[in-house]
Ligand binder design. Structure first.
Ligand SMILES: *Cc1c(COP(=O)(O)O)cnc(C)c1O
Ligand code: SF4
Length: 449
């Protein structure tokens, strides 16, 4: 078989894409204008094998990867379009773009203030420790992706505003930190997409973790299966090396969990993703899947039911449905909480129990991951019931709480407590820090083996 070579397209060269040449001038203009504000990159696999070019602009994968006019507010769109039309300098265009970007709330849920842990009195910038058992790690060399998702809240990392970037200097700090934190059981590599790294580079990050006894699970948050599955097929130069590296992890007795990001069943249809999935399963990796629910892409129960069903058929485990974060082009993608709940349960009711490992819809808030468990009536009041799936204080997890019923709410901030002045956790602001700084406050004993 011929080796598949990755080719990426950005604003600079996307007009060379054969299929783009037949798009309308309006669509091409929108890509240019919006692409100057939101990150834009798409690769040859997405173009040739995923997008259905007979269904533009509605094709979900086209919506997922190509900037669309309505992703910017009309005023912002006009300002950028005017600047481009009059041939404004690169400096001016960057300044305009940054003004729009800063309004788009680039670091939601207090990621920068609250979650960065300390070691020897210094902050460790490439890490987050929010929930007791799991440390997130952002390898410096994994701060890009195979293609960029138009909805992505990680976008400040890709557009080169230096002060907004997460990046880790080195693995040593992670290892030192973990050695001092026996409560941590999982390390979750994230990015960007850590699998953009060459296998030998990723190996340098992963291998030291195999020596740490209390680390039980190596998780890799990645969209590689959706955007570049050739990274894990036998017929490419990197595929066998990656599979060998991952086999080392399973052989060491650790659990290798691929947290695979899929937004639509269209991403599961190719021969390459099927082979890559089979290969991962063969070396002992478990694949769990997650996605936000988004207007224009997957706000439809049939899409979710078919996606979960197909994933299970392929040997994956459905894990999370998220509510799209309050950042970036959220006005374009947003699905109200009640609507998301309806879609989730309509899909959930139509799949067999083996697909019902999935949880959601869930908001990743400053306080933790909060699941919308659904509308209900308490006495004569309509409420929305909620509960934590993950909390900064582990003691919050699982406790039901109630908000006033509100069909238009799209995030926790929009909800009002149904009883009393505050939600119960709002009195516990002492937990709003990286886990290492609140360690002494957490009273629940850690149950470890
Ligand atoms: C989602 C998330 C995790 C992992 O949560 P799980 O429910 O264990 O999958 C860990 N850290 C942060 C900051 C997260 O947002
Ligand atoms: S692959 Fe993940 S990190 Fe990259 S743009 Fe998409 S959602 Fe964001």
């Amino acid at each position: 078989m011929v080796e598949q070579r990755y080719k990426g397209y950005t604003l600079r060269n996307f007009e060379e894409i054969e299929q783009v040449k037949s798009l309308s001038p309006e669509i091409i203009e929108a890509i240019k204008v919006v692409g100057h504000v939101l990150p834009f990159k798409v690769n040859s696999y997405v173009i040739d094998e995923l997008i259905d070019w007979s269904n533009i602009p509605n094709d979900p994968i086209f919506q997922l990867t190509f900037p669309q006019k309505d992703m910017l507010k009309p005023d912002d769109y006009q300002v950028m379009k005017d600047a481009l039309d009059r041939g404004a300098s690169e400096e001016e265009i960057t300044r305009i773009a940054n003004e729009i970007r800063y309004q788009l709330n680039p670091h939601p849920a207090g990621q920068q203030q609250y979650n960065v842990p300390m070691l020897d009195g210094e902050q460790i910038p490439g890490m987050q420790h929010k929930y007791r058992e799991t440390v997130l790690f952002f390898p410096k060399n994994g701060q890009t992706c195979f293609s960029y998702c138009t909805f992505c809240f990680r976008w400040p990392q890709f557009i080169g505003i230096e002060s907004l970037k997460f990046a880790s200097k080195e693995i040593d700090k992670l290892v030192n930190y973990l050695n001092e934190h026996e409560e941590v059981q999982d390390v979750l590599f994230t990015g960007g997409d850590p699998m953009v790294m060459k296998p030998h580079m990723f190996g340098e990050y992963i291998r030291p973790l195999l020596e740490i006894d209390h680390i039980k699970t190596v998780r890799i948050g990645t969209k590689v299966l959706a955007y570049w599955p050739y990274k894990l097929t036998e017929d490419t130069s990197e595929g066998p090396k990656y599979l060998d590296l991952f086999k080392e992890v399973s052989d060491s007795g650790k659990h290798l969990a691929i947290m695979a990001h899929f937004n639509h069943y269209a991403e599961l249809k190719t021969d390459a993703v099927k082979r890559a999935t089979r290969n991962l399963r063969q070396i002992g990796a478990n694949i769990r899947t997650q996605s936000p629910i988004m207007n224009h892409i997957n706000a439809d129960a049939k899409v979710w039911a078919k996606m979960w069903r197909t994933q299970v058929d392929m040997g994956m485990v459905p894990y999370y449905m998220f509510i799209a974060r309050d950042t970036g082009a959220q006005h374009y993608f947003k699905v109200p909480l009640v609507k998301a709940w309806e879609i989730f349960y309509k899909a959930y009711q139509n799949v067999s129990g083996v697909c019902r490992t999935v949880r959601g819809p869930s908001m990743s808030t400053t306080w933790g991951k909060i699941e919308v468990t659904g509308p209900a009536r308490v006495g004569n009041q309509r409420v929305l019931t909620l509960r934590f799936i993950q909390g900064r204080n582990p003691d919050w997890v699982g406790r039901p709480f109630f908000a006033k019923y509100d069909e238009n709410a799209i995030w926790l901030d929009d909800l009002k407590p149904a009883f009393g002045e505050k939600f119960f956790f709002e009195n516990e602001t002492q937990y709003l820090q990286s886990f290492d700084r609140i360690k002494n406050l957490v009273e629940l004993p850690l149950i470890s083996s």
